[in-house]
Design a protein. Structure first.
Length: 132
């Protein structure tokens, strides 16, 4: 996330017990290059991680979220002059954090801008709806 993650995630936490970073039971992350094949790499990393945590049965749901977050970071958060396919310094990082009863998927990118919801109310649109 380009801005302070705790500020951006605050609306998601409303009504939920606070997350104590020290109480994370498992965490994993991987660096992803600036190419669209990185989405496949993120899914593979997610499958292996969830299987290791013995929650592989949640893969389909988590994979959808991970794919969407990584795709959005590659599409919208990288500077336009970022070379696609360049193996130099991965600009995107996927984080999976597991608590006893919660899994958090987060993607960090180099942008300093917060994500912006699309202006379109077209729920049939193939893009611009985010994770509605």
């Amino acid at each position: 996330m380009g801005t302070n993650g705790s500020t951006m995630l605050e609306p998601l936490r409303q009504g939920l017990p606070p997350l104590d970073p020290a109480a994370v039971s498992s965490a994993a992350s991987c660096a992803l290059p600036a190419r669209y094949e990185a989405v496949r790499e993120a899914r593979q990393f997610t499958r292996v991680t969830l299987d290791q945590w013995e929650i592989g049965d949640r893969f389909d749901d988590v994979c959808l979220v991970v794919s969407e977050l990584v795709t959005n970071a590659l599409r919208h958060a990288l500077p336009s002059d970022t070379p696609r396919g360049d193996e130099q310094g991965p600009p995107v990082r996927l984080h999976l954090m597991r608590w006893t009863s919660r899994l958090v998927c987060a993607v960090r990118d180099p942008s300093h801008d917060s994500p912006v919801a699309g202006d379109s109310e077209d729920f049939a649109a193939e893009s611009g709806r985010g994770l509605f």
